[in-house]
Design a protein. Structure first.
Lengths: 310, 292, 442
């Protein structure tokens, strides 16, 4: 999942040949995880792929399965609602991921230096990450109330005459969700970035300082390249998180108003569990899977080309 | 609060510059201002949890409710058929069994993938890699069917089991083991240690921090899971905290802001305490794991 | 007695005379019903949307008293998206559920289409007092799909208008027994003050004018959103919202008032509310919803020159899960429930479909509770519930019902939020619904 993890070659350190006692031990060690992996990931995945080729709209049993070939995918491609959801998902992740990461990085850079109340700050930024998304949803639901919410009262106080109505506006609902998601995830990103920063070798900076490199030069030539593996890892994690983002959407907007916050994951849920169109829902899931797969591969290659040590 | 002393050597040496003092103040002020965006929602949550429903959105905003409506907490913890305590117990059960299970199976599998050689290993690993980024939603419907067939629908096992066998954990642990020199095991094997002993006594202690990080990520993940319980549970007595929270609207479905906030605060406080107590280890674990 | 029976026939039941006569006998049948399903010792699990204490517990207790050895457990689900999802997944997931309630034909047929409901056609036909509820009764009083019945309705869920009487008196408003939409709008305007909306929502126009199957044209082959009544309805809603006579859609969505809207009414932020009967659960709960005004009741306003169909429906469909281990016992309980709904369920705000032996006054007493003289304008309630003609539309077409209802809601939200024109609402609602109908027809 982590680029660094994925990037590591399948181990070549093994000294001893296959077969014999070691082979049995190997399989025994893998077995518990493998059994669960097969049962709860691979089999569902394969069945999910299978379902996407069926017209399965009942939940009463396995008798209702009827194969329809590529019908679901053909219908998806013609479904404007689907493409709009793709667009929203791309926007949600495309803005949300960089925003979360930039915010996290800035916080980390600040916390890496001397600052008043550093450990308190670290806690404050990190707390949203450990709080249940529903609790976060509740508080933002009320804070973003269009007329009596704290956010708009504050905006009006500083002279914004006509503040956005956030979650109940077609133009702002997705933006609100992006902001809330980023707000909740920034602290986690900051902690990971911070740890990477603290692991950077001190002498690199000392040498750069001797060469007369300013702060910004130091950042672009040393810090940023060194952070590449971390950045890629967080980017992929965050992208997967965004592409699957569900809890907040389901709880706060149910994909609305209109369809303005219906992302792929919500569209899939809606088709599967509200309309009982499991085949169609699985087809949406497949498309989303392929999309994330391609993007992850892209990020991974990108970082391999750029990283300082990969 | 004053942990300036924790500064690293590098910063100390830099802060000797004349402008450093001013920079320190400006940076501190800006960062604290930004931090307010993170702190205020929680303070507001706390304040609103002590208000009557109708007062939560009243204008002007009163940060200190008077009189404090403690009744909200009484209601959340004792009112209704199912209380917060039940949700907590369920969440803890799911999260703790999940974490222990995840650590166990991931550590074993990750070890085998990294440090044991056997026929088929790389093929199996490739299979893991291929499924690493499968969206949860795609698995949800088949898992739902599957648990239904097994008779595990509407049991906590439907939440626990998928959490025990994770591809992510296996990757993380494998990565950590790759960083541990292979010679370590060789030496122990020459001394006649069995495979299990080599694993548990020699290798495992080397990746403690990775295991801690995995424990945290796994715990937070299952603690906050909303979609799983939404689909897999039917009985309110089995609800976990996130799903339980959504029920803190009143009996007729109206949104009761005060109750909702009291429920939210109740869900935050315990995990916040745990976090504050283990904060140092928490951050250190994330920091020193293979995540960076 | 005769008088009350006439009233019952004409307005309370809204169903054929034969049913009324038979329903009186029905209770006797109900009383003896238990013994026919031999054995006993069964455990029946019931899922419904009415809170336990608002009737279901009493109902279950009464059934158990008549059927010793049978245990009935009632589980409450909240009748919103999440609650309905829970019921669906529980039914298909194999949670023991024998009997469950759907609130309206669309969710019921969604469940029956998924094989989650037993065919009750013959069972209902076999009961003489259910004659009005059979698939071929005229007029129809039950929801029929392809000639089959999957639910036994236990309640009517007509909508009424509830008015804050204190505000009404302060504005010096006097009302007759019925009113037109124009009169309603005028009253709403008069009740509007700073901080108070005259009404939560605008009255509907399409349903009252078009009646049953108002969403469909050509016998269900396509949707009916092109009918000008829909556009008129939206334009009225936009007008009232713009004049701040109706609450703005933003606030309604932000506070999640679409399904459960008692809060702003009790808090005095809206003077009128158009809703079905569940509101009385909140009004009667003076501890949870303290308030100091009485609630006045009026029928839903009638658009001038139309039939004046009510905007509610026949509610509380009892279905039996095919997975039930004791379907016969479950059917006994279903019958018992439908026959005794008047006795036990009225305090939950459910008006019985079969009134049994209860007189209007008895039903009112149950419905409005012991504090009725303080909390209600009882006369207006009696007049609205029992003395005015109620035309409850019974739909017969349900193709792609869930999808169409979602499409309708989403597009209406968009329009009322100001993001979509009425003309575009009509085009899109028609296009999307027709597509959904076509997809479902395949």
């Amino acid at each position: 999942m982590s680029a660094a993890v994925l990037a590591a070659p399948v181990s070549r350190q093994a000294r001893r040949g296959p077969g014999g006692a070691s082979a049995r031990a190997g399989w025994l060690f893998i077995l518990p995880n493998l059994v669960g992996f097969l049962a709860f990931t691979l089999v569902p995945l394969v069945s999910g792929i299978g379902i996407s080729f069926t017209d399965w709209n009942v939940v009463s049993g396995l008798d209702g399965i009827r194969f329809v070939g590529l019908d679901n995918f053909a219908a998806l491609i013609r479904d404007t609602g689907f493409w709009q959801a793709v667009g929203r998902t791309v926007l949600y992740a495309g803005v949300g991921v960089p925003l979360t990461m930039t915010g996290g990085l800035i916080i980390a850079l600040c916390l890496n230096g001397p600052v008043f109340g550093r450990s308190a700050l670290r806690v404050i930024f990190f707390v949203p990450h450990i709080v249940s998304s529903i609790a976060i949803g509740f508080v933002w639901l009320l804070l973003l109330h269009p007329s009596s919410g704290l956010v708009n009262l504050a905006l009006q106080a500083i002279g914004v005459a006509d503040p956005p109505t956030w979650l109940v506006s077609q133009d702002w609902s997705l933006v609100s969700l992006i902001l809330i998601t980023s707000w909740a995830g920034m602290g986690f990103h900051a902690v990971i970035f911070l740890s990477a920063l603290q692991a950077l070798p001190e002498d690199l900076y000392e040498a750069a300082e001797l060469d007369g490199a300013g702060r910004w030069r130091q950042f672009t030539t040393i810090t940023w390249p060194s952070l590449m593996p971390t950045t890629t890892f967080l980017a992929i994690m965050s992208m997967i998180g965004h592409s699957q983002g569900f809890g907040l959407i389901a709880f706060l907007t149910q994909g609305g108003p209109g369809n303005s916050s219906t992302t792929l994951s919500y569209l899939m849920y809606q088709n599967g569990f509200q309309y009982y169109r499991f085949g169609y829902a699985a087809a949406i899931g497949m498309m989303s899977f392929v999309g994330v797969l391609l993007l992850s591969a892209f990020f991974w290659r990108f970082q391999r080309g750029r990283g300082l040590y990969s | 609060m004053t942990t300036v002393a924790v500064r690293q050597v590098r910063q100390v040496s830099r802060s000797r510059r004349p402008s450093a003092r001013a920079g320190y103040v400006v940076k501190s002020v800006l960062l604290w201002a930004f931090a307010m965006l993170f702190l205020l929602p929680f303070l507001w949550m706390l304040s609103s949890s002590l208000k009557r429903n109708l007062d939560v959105l009243a204008i002007p905003v009163r940060w200190i409710p008077s009189p404090a409506e403690w009744q909200n907490y009484v209601e959340v913890w004792t009112g209704g058929a199912v209380t917060m305590a039940v949700f907590f117990a369920n969440s803890l059960t799911v999260s703790l069994i999940g974490v222990v299970g995840d650590l166990t199976t991931s550590a074993m599998a990750g070890y085998a993938f990294a440090r044991l050689t056997f026929r088929g290993r790389d093929k199996v690993f490739l299979l893991y890699v291929a499924t690493a980024i499968v969206p949860m939603q795609l698995l949800l419907i088949p898992r739902f069917m599957f648990f239904q067939q097994l008779g595990l629908y509407n049991t906590l096992w439907a939440l626990i089991l998928p959490g025990i066998f994770t591809v992510f954990g296996t990757f993380l642990v494998r990565q950590a083991f790759l960083a541990v020199p292979a010679e370590l095991g060789e030496a122990a094997r020459i001394d006649g240690a069995g495979e299990w002993r080599v694993f548990s006594r020699v290798y495992l202690p080397q990746i403690r921090s990775t295991l801690a990080a995995l424990a945290i990520i796994s715990f937070v993940g299952s603690w906050n899971d909303y979609e799983g319980p939404l689909i897999m549970l039917s009985n309110q007595n089995l609800y976990t905290v996130p799903l339980g929270l959504t029920r803190f609207v009143d009996a007729d479905g109206g949104l009761s802001a005060g109750l909702a906030m009291a429920g939210s605060v109740s869900s935050v406080i315990p995990i916040l305490i745990v976090f504050l107590v283990f904060q140092r280890q928490f951050v250190a674990a994330l920091a020193s794991s293979g995540l960076k | 007695m005769t008088g009350s029976r006439t009233i019952t026939r004409r307005s309370l039941l809204g169903i054929a005379a034969s049913a009324s006569a038979a329903s009186l006998a029905g209770c006797n049948l109900g009383a003896g019903g238990g013994k026919s399903a031999g054995g006993g010792g069964a455990t029946l699990n019931v899922w419904g949307g009415v809170p336990n204490e608002s009737g279901p517990d009493d109902m279950c207790k009464a059934f158990m008293a008549e059927n010793p050895g049978t245990t009935v457990t009632y589980t409450r689900y909240v009748n919103d998206d999440q609650g309905n999802l829970k019921l669906d997944t529980s039914l298909s997931g194999g949670v023991p559920i024998d009997l469950y309630f759907s609130y309206g034909p669309v969710p019921m047929f969604k469940r029956s289409a998924a094989g989650l409901a037993l065919d009750l056609t013959d069972k209902i036909k076999a009961e003489s007092d259910f004659a009005a509820l059979t698939a071929d009764a005229t007029p129809l009083s039950n929801y029929v799909l392809n000639g089959k019945l999957y639910g036994l309705p236990a309640a009517r869920a007509p909508q009424q208008v509830y008015i804050n009487k204190t505000m009404m008196d302060a504005a010096g408003i006097k009302l007759g027994k019925t009113w037109t939409v124009d009169e309603f709008n005028e009253v709403a305007r008069e009740l509007t003050k700073p901080g108070v909306f005259g009404t939560l929502t605008a009255p509907q126009l399409a349903r009252p004018a078009l009646g049953p199957d108002y969403l469909y044209a050509d016998g269900g082959k396509r949707s009916n959103f092109g009918n000008p009544k829909f556009a008129e309805e939206l334009e009225l809603a936009l007008r009232l919202q713009k004049a701040k006579v109706a609450m703005d859609r933003q606030t309604i969505i932000a506070e999640k008032l679409q399904t459960f809207s008692q809060n702003p009414f009790i808090a005095g932020r809206v003077a009128m509310l158009i809703q079905s009967g569940q509101i009385i659960r909140s009004i009667n709960d003076t501890k949870g919803y303290p308030h100091d005004f009485a609630t006045y009741c009026m029928p839903v306003p009638v658009p001038a020159g139309t039939e004046g169909w009510n905007t509610g429906q026949i509610g509380d469909q009892i279905s039996i899960s095919p997975k039930s281990k004791s379907p016969d016992q479950a059917w006994e309980l279903a019958k018992f429930w439908a026959r005794n709904a008047g006795k036990y369920m009225t305090k939950g705000g459910r008006l019985p479909l079969l009134s049994g032996e209860s007189t209007p006054d008895q039903i009112l007493e149950q419905l409005l509770g012991p504090q009725r003289d303080k909390l209600y304008d009882v006369k207006s309630w009696k007049s609205t519930l029992f003395e005015s003609d109620l035309k409850l539309p019974v739909d017969t077409i349900f193709t792609a019902g869930t999808e169409i209802s979602t499409i309708h809601t989403k597009l209406t939200d968009e329009t009322l939020l100001g993001d979509r024109s009425v003309a575009s609402w009509v085009t899109e609602a028609t296009r999307q619904s027709d597509a959904a109908i076509a997809k479902a027809g395949k």
